[in-house]
Design a protein around this ligand. Structure first.
Ligand SMILES: O=C[C@H](O)[C@H](O)[C@H](O)COP(=O)(O)O
Length: 239
């Protein structure tokens, strides 16, 4: 099957990062999203051929867990494997300091827990995700909130940090339900936020009762692999 240019870019990023970071014996956090699917394909190929041995894959979502199981890869979890060697994940936007916005695909809390359990966090993305500053192109921060009091929680967010909260809806206008049984809100931040301190804003949001986690992954990525459809890979590492 021939891939579209964007899919070729995602695959190139996933393969380049995998070749650099995946080794036999590693405990690997496996992120979520369409770019990560190419990481799973890489693991399947390498493990299936015997090139890669004794790995453990720790998924960050139901979907990723299913992909791993369907690929006959050894799946573990943070109960059995609480410490990981590396976590590889996608992102919706990445700034020059490697801060990321994540959660566009609906996964962020389990991703953040798995990322936090890993010694290294590596991001894979097509080069369109590269931004001059956080919030340049991706105009919302996904936030996971508890269903209880969800309207009040959105109001608290708006009162505290401005902008507007939009419930992520699925088919038939049902709320999108996260892997943890919660709701997902896209916080459309005010333009003034992009010039301010995202770490401070993140703390403000996290302090609101009802907020579970945000899609702001600040100061955690060690290396980001950006790729183009032509297979050119730009590797940016933390300074
Ligand atoms: O919610 C999903 C995750 O945070 C993804 O890693 C992120 O949205 C990027 O997904 P994709 O690789 O599909 O662009």
């Amino acid at each position: 099957m021939s891939l579209s240019p964007i899919e070729k870019a995602k695959r190139a990023a996933a393969h380049a990062a995998s070749e650099a970071f995946i080794r036999s014996g590693l405990r690997i956090g496996v992120g979520s999203g369409s770019t990560v699917k190419y990481l799973v394909d890489y693991l399947k190929e390498q493990y299936g051929s015997g090139e890669l041995k004794e790995i453990l894959c720790i998924p960050t979502s139901f979907m990723t867990r299913k992909w791993l199981i369907d690929s006959n890869l050894p799946v573990s979890d943070l109960e059995k494997t609480p410490e990981l060697d590396v976590c590889i994940d996608g992102a919706d936007e990445v700034d020059p300091s490697l801060n990321c916005i994540k959660g566009g695909g609906g996964c962020l809390t389990q991703e953040k827990i798995v990322q936090n359990a890993a010694k290294k966090f590596v991001v894979i993305a097509d080069s369109n995700k590269k931004a001059k500053f956080l919030g340049e192109k991706y105009k919302a921060v996904p936030i996971e909130i508890l269903p209880f009091g969800y309207v009040a929680t959105q109001r608290f967010i708006q009162q505290k940090v401005g902008g507007e909260c939009e419930m992520r809806l699925g088919p038939k206008f049902f709320p999108t339900i996260t892997d943890n049984g919660n709701y997902l809100v896209d916080w459309k931040f005010p333009e003034s936020s992009v010039a301010t301190d995202w770490a401070f804003i993140n703390q403000q949001i996290l302090s609101i009762p009802g907020v579970v986690e945000t899609g702001l992954f600040l100061n955690v990525a060690e290396t980001v692999y950006f790729a183009t459809p032509e297979g050119e890979v730009d590797i940016v590492s933390k300074k």
